[in-house]
Design a protein around this ligand. Sequence first.
Ligand SMILES: Cc1cc2nc3c(=O)[nH]c(=O)nc-3n(C[C@H](O)[C@H](O)[C@H](O)COP(=O)(O)OP(=O)(O)OC[C@H]3O[C@@H](n4cnc5c(N)ncnc54)[C@H](O)[C@@H]3O)c2cc1C
Length: 330
Amino acid sequence: MAEREDLQDPCVREVIVIGGGIAGLSAAIYLGRAQRDTLVIDSGHSMAKWEPVVENFLGFPKGVAGEELLTNGKRQVERCEVKFARDEIKKVRREKNAFVLKGKRTYRARSLLLATGIFHLPPEIPGVKECLGHSMFFCKDCDGVRVRGKRIAICGANDEAVEYALGMLFYSSCVIVATNGEKPHWSRQHARWLKEYEIPVHTGRIVDVKHRRRKILALEFADDREVKIDNIFTTRGDVFHTELAEQLEAKLDREGQIKVDHCMRTSVPRLYAAGCVTPANCQMIIAAGQGAAAAQAINRDMFEESLRTHSLRRLREAQLEMEETVPEGA
Ligand SMILES: Cc1cc2nc3c(=O)[nH]c(=O)nc-3n(C[C@H](O)[C@H](O)[C@H](O)COP(=O)(O)OP(=O)(O)OC[C@H]3O[C@@H](n4cnc5c(N)ncnc54)[C@H](O)[C@@H]3O)c2cc1C
C-alpha cells in the first residue's frame, strides 16, 4: 500500500468502519483494494451468526452458514491490508477534520462508515430463544421457503403481523396469528383481510413453547389450550443501532433508520451508513451491496477532495523524489 504518512496526521486513519458484519466487511474489501488506510472496529455481534444456513446469498447453491460468510469475509478483508480492532464504540464526536471515537481506546478517522446493524426483538415467550434460526424466524423473505407446507404461527398484534400471515399463504395453507395476550391493534382493513382469508387469531397469552432439538412442536396458552405448530415468525420489531449517528446529529427517518442518499452518504459530511441500520431491506446480499456502494462513495469523495486540496500532489512529490516514475525508454 502506498505510504501516506506525509499526507496527514498518522494518528488519523483515512477511514474507520464501525461494524464488521456483512455491510462493514464488504465495504472494507473495497476500501482496502482502493488503498485506503482503513480500520474496522467490531464488537462481534453480527446477526449473520444467527443463521445456520443462508440459502439466498448468490454463489452458494447449497447454502452457507452465516458464521462462515463472516469468517471468510474477514479473511478476504485481511488480504486487503485492512486492520481490525475488537472494540465497542460508545461515543463519537467531530473535532476539526476528524471523527474521534471512544471505545476501550480512542480512534480518529477522516471518514466514518456506520455499519452497525440492528437487533430483531425476539418474542416474549419463555423457552423460544434456542429455536431461533432453526424453527423460529424473523424474515419471510429469508425463511418462508423453508417452511412450505408447515403449520405456522405469526406472533404479533399489528398490521405487519397480519401482512406476514397473508404473505405466508404463498408457502403454507396452515397459518394462524397469535397475539400473545396483546390486544390487536391492526387497522380495520387488516382486520377485514384476516376475515376474508379466514386466518385464525389467538389472543391468549402463550405460557410455553414445546420444542425438541430446536424444533417447535406446540404453543401452550394460559387457558391450557395447546396448538400444534411447526414454526413461529415474529414481528415484535427491531432496534436500530443508531446511537452514534444520533451523537453526530445525522438525520433518521420515521422508523428510526439512518437516512442515506443513493451513495450511502448521511446528512453529515464524511459520515456514511450501510446495511440494516439504513432503510435497506435487511438482507445479507443487500447489506453487502450497500457496503460496497458506501466504500465506492467514500473513495470517490476522498479522491475529489485530494485534488481540491492538492494533497495528492504531496504523494506525487514523494513518488518523484523516491521512486522510478518514468518507464525506461519513455
Ligand atoms: C435469525 C436470523 C436469520 C437471518 N437469515 C438471513 C438469511 O437467511 N438471509 C439473509 O439475507 N439475511 C438473513 N438475516 C439478516 C442478516 O443477518 C442481515 O441482513 C445482515 O447481517 C445485515 O448486515 P449488517 O452488516 O447491516 O449488520 P450485522 O451483520 O448485524 O453487523 C453489524 C455489526 O456491527 C457491530 N456493531 C454494532 N454497533 C457497534 C459499535 N458501537 N461498535 C463496534 N461494533 C458495533 C455488531 O457487533 C455487528 O458485528 C437473518 C437475521 C437473523 C437475525
